[in-house]
Design a protein around this ligand. Structure first.
Ligand SMILES: [Zn+2]
Length: 139
């Protein structure tokens, strides 16, 4: 059985909107919530040298976002990014796996493709291995 991650429907919708707003480059952000339930997504600037193929959140921005989370009493639960619509899948790339520094985090990968069967997929990435998680979308 797949392990599951729970997300509010609102967050799921926001991630699709962000990804589709800039379908030719990767968007990124962090996921936050309480008790394992993702209740909010905070978009971040993609400062990667090549934002068409990669994503990178500046350390300064991570610090700023973590402060925001603390103020709202939210826990850091994961990182989200999109894969531009010319990529086939929203699966972790070798680079995504290599750069997954937060072993406790859940990695959401979004595709802006309008007819994707799984527009958002969730992965746990640790020790160089990605395991897909089921996303339970709650009201
Ligand atoms: Zn990626």
């Amino acid at each position: 059985m797949k392990r599951a991650v729970r997300s509010r429907r609102k967050v799921y919708g926001q991630l699709l909107v962000h990804a589709r707003r800039q379908p030719h480059r990767e968007f990124c952000g962090i996921l936050a919530g309480q008790d394992g339930l993702i209740t909010q997504a905070f978009p971040a600037n993609n400062v990667a040298a090549d934002p068409v193929r990669n994503y990178e959140i500046a350390p300064k921005e991570i610090v700023r976002l973590m402060g925001k989370l603390r103020k709202r009493r939210l826990g850091f639960l994961g990182i989200c990014h999109s894969h531009p619509n010319w990529l086939d899948t929203n699966e972790p790339s070798p680079k995504d796996i290599a750069l997954a520094y937060y072993s406790e985090a859940i990695y959401f990968i979004v595709t802006p493709r309008p007819y994707a069967t799984t527009p958002i997929r969730a992965f746990s990435i640790r020790d160089g291995r990605a395991i897909e998680l089921e996303i339970q979308v709650l009201p």
